[in-house]
Design a protein around this ligand. Structure first.
Ligand code: ADP
Ligand code: ADP
Ligand code: MG
Length: 684
């Protein structure tokens, strides 16, 4: 086995590979770009080499530099991850020429499968079923149009060198073909430097079912069953699961055999995925399922953890064993499926704006209890930590959430619960959208095909399952609790939440008004205190909850959230403030709004969420906590004096104080970090 490997990638997959290497006692070398100097994957490895600028072409795609880094650090092998150089024939060959083991198939196999058209010709010869279509070398536009007319519309034009869902055009009728062809060729030329295309029958409402294969250098090749990746947006995977719902043992064996034949046809070695498109005449008619070869991905796949969950195997360990010359650890007859697994890709994007990618800082990145890079009922593979930035340089995937259960139903319930506890503040993500997909009738009942998202659009987009009124009520509770925390306890042990400058007394009782705004919707909440943690709350102008008013009680939760009783209903919610922006998460959904009440806001949220730094230059007056203290969100940590006023620095989240970075009396510059905190429910 290798003693040291270089990981030629970044993000979650680099961390993933490092985790298995560490467990196997293999040392790791990371490579990183300017933007990734302090990235999680750099910390996850034993050594790191800077390879260039932030853009991928200046760093992660510079293979001479990466090979030089491997040689300089004494690495014996290179793991390419997925994307970047993983399917680059020149890189795979250059590794070998430099005396390094490429942890992947031989360059010849990558090349044979690299172009969709050429690989189809090869598959045709090996007896693997293909979608009816044209994949010839003659790229004359008349020839292509005639081929499309012969296949019958709709057809799909695909860039032969395409990948990642790019370079595809659906053509509904003959008259549209020429324009679609020209635009596909342009995109292919720009993205892949090759404008060759193929034309296929566009399968209506198909499923995407792929087979994981594994081959060694001793002539063994097995399949590790299937993954259903039918839930897609823009031809890109959103949810992946294994086994495929409705799969029969007979079909699994036929697809497995076809995938193994495909791998054998190119003398495959290592982990690979053979993707099939599956036609079905109905959702519950497995006997009608017909499969056709689409392409082979000659690398580890993003969604490999679902296969690990159901087989109990570590696919990266298998990759390392095979690359070092060992035979496959198991034979086909030793492989078993256990339970059901689903992966959700959490991406920085706005589903309501056609999935426009988003960038920004992960001000809050709170996750359910989970394992990282390891099989578990809830697994999260993430290459970022709270505080990290999702930059425009790389792809928009923030993390993968993988759940495993005895049945699909159980996995589904776990997935929704885990998504509900995934709180991301600071940039737009698809988390709530994923919850809507997961709980949609189509997905719950496994009526799967690649148009599921379009079909269910009305239930998936522009949904707000947590009402603004309830989110506002949570904010009121959070504000009152934070204020109580910020005030000294009097002799009787009684904290006084309503002696704030902006509170007034009506009929002898403390009262306060909270104004908030979400898009075009504005809301006013009137609170009137009564005893400790109780009172009345009335809200007006909420379109979704007109004139809700009634008894209101609130209490802090152990996890830093609030429990709110209002008008006879009880909910537990988490509130995060990011400047004037308030983010509320609850079991049924999430909600974001702006706090308009400036006084109330200043009184409760002096610290920016996720920051423990000085908001302006000043003097440190006191620390209210010491190292080791457990604090809850909103609790006062320190007091500073600046511009002749005192400012409280409050905990951005529930956590534990790790280090105090200044002494009382110190002069602090703006933005300087005052103390460090660890959040127990945040990825390390
Ligand atoms: P899968 O998700 O099935 O592993 P994808 O096609 O989604 O396969 O690609 C996996 C990763 O590789 C993604 O991060 C994607 O951005 C990247 N990728 C795939 N093809 C290309 C390509 N031609 N150029 C650049 N990146 C690619
Ligand atoms: P990429 O290299 O971008 O992953 P694929 O050939 O794997 O390209 O296709 C990506 C997705 O496009 C598939 O998962 C499927 O949803 C859709 N697709 C591909 N071929 C067809 C087809 N012939 N008919 C209908 N949909 C298709
Ligand atoms: Mg594909």
């Amino acid at each position: 086995m290798f003693k040291k490997i270089l990981i030629a990638n970044r993000g979650e997959i680099a961390c993933r590979v490092a985790a298995t290497a560490r467990r196997m006692g293999i040392r790791t070398v990371a490579v990183y770009s300017d933007a990734d100097a302090t990235a999680k994957h750099v910390q996850a490895c034993d050594e790191a080499v800077h390879v260039g600028g932030s853009a991928a072409r200046d760093s992660y795609l510079r293979w001479e530099k990466i090979i030089a880094a491997a040689q300089a650090t004494g690495a014996q092998a290179v793991h390419p991850g997925y994307g970047f150089l993983s399917e680059n024939t020149d890189f795979a060959q250059a590794c070998v020429d430099a005396g390094l083991v490429f942890i992947g198939p031989p360059a010849s196999a990558i090349e044979a499968m690299g172009l969709k058209a050429a690989s189809k010709q090869l598959m045709e010869q090996s007896g693997v079923p293909l979608v009816p279509g044209y994949h010839g070398a003659d790229q004359n536009s008349q020839v292509l149009q005639a081929a499309a007319d012969g296949i019958g519309y709709p057809v799909l034009i695909k860039a032969s060198a395409g990948g990642g869902g790019k370079g595809m055009r659906v053509v509904e009728k003959a008259a549209d073909f020429a324009a679609a062809l020209a635009s596909c060729q342009r995109e292919a030329k720009n993205s892949f430097g090759n404008d060759d295309v193929l034309v296929e029958k566009y399968v209506q409402r198909p499923r995407h079912i792929e087979i994981q294969v594994f081959a060694d250098t001793h002539g063994n090749c097995v399949y590790l069953f299937e993954r259903d990746c039918s839930v897609q947006r823009r031809h890109q995977k959103v949810l992946e699961e294994a086994p495929a719902p409705g799969m029969t043992e007979a079909l699994r064996q036929r697809m497995g055999a076809a995938a193994v034949a495909a791998a054998r046809a190119v003398n495959y070695v290592g982990a690979g995925t053979v993707e099939f498109i599956v036609e079905q005449s109905g959702y519950d008619q497995p006997e009608s399922m017909q499969f056709f070869f689409m392409e082979m991905n000659t690398r580890l796949q993003v969604e490999h953890p679902v296969t690990e969950a159901i087989t109990g195997l570590d696919l990266v360990e298998w990759q390392l064993r095979v690359a070092s010359g060992e035979p496959l650890p198991l034979r086909q007859q030793d492989l078993r499926i256990s339970g059901h697994a689903i992966e959700a890709r959490i991406c920085a994007e706005n589903p309501d704006q056609d999935f426009l990618p988003a960038t920004g800082r992960l001000a809050v990145f709170a996750l359910p209890a989970h394992s990282g890079f390891e099989r578990a009922p809830v697994r999260v593979d993430a290459g970022v930590r709270q505080g990290d930035v999702i930059s425009p340089f790389y792809d928009s995937m923030v993390a993968k959430l993988i759940v495993h259960g005895a049945t699909r139903e159980q996995a589904l319930a776990r997935l929704d619960a885990a998504l509900a506890q995934t709180h991301i503040v600071g940039l737009k993500t698809n988390v709530q959208f994923l919850r809507h997909v997961v709980t949609s009738d189509s997905f719950a009942q496994a009526r799967l095909d690649t148009s599921l998202i379009n079909r269910e659009a009305a239930q998936l987009f522009g949904q707000h399952k947590l009402s603004l009124a309830w989110a506002g009520a949570a904010w009121v509770a959070h504000s009152l609790l934070a204020q109580a925390q910020a005030r000294p306890v009097d002799a009787s042990g009684w904290t006084d939440p309503w002696s704030a400058a902006d509170a007034w007394h009506s009929h002898g009782r403390p009262a306060r008004r909270f104004d908030l705004q979400a898009g075009a919707q504005s809301l006013v909440l009137h609170w009137q205190g009564e005893g400790h943690g109780g009172g009345q709350l009335a809200c007006t102008d909420a379109a979704d909850a007109p004139d809700m008013a009634g008894p209101f009680a609130y209490a802090t939760q152990a996890d830093g959230g609030v429990q709110v009783d209002w008008c006879g209903q009880r909910q537990r919610l988490q509130v995060y403030t990011d400047g004037a922006q308030v983010h509320v998460f609850a079991a049924q959904g999430a909600c974001q709004f702006e706090a308009l009440d400036r006084l109330a806001h200043a009184a409760v949220a002096p610290a920016e969420t996720g920051r423990l730094s000085a908001p302006m230059p000043g003097k440190l007056l006191s620390f209210a906590v010491k190292v080791g203290d457990t604090v809850h969100q909103g609790q006062v940590l320190a007091v500073m004096e600046a511009m002749k006023m005192e400012h409280q620095i409050c905990a951005p989240a529930h956590g534990q104080v790790q280090e105090l970075l200044f002494a009382v009396g110190d002069q602090i510059t703006e933005g300087a970090e005052l103390l460090r905190m660890a959040s127990p429910n945040v990825v390390a």
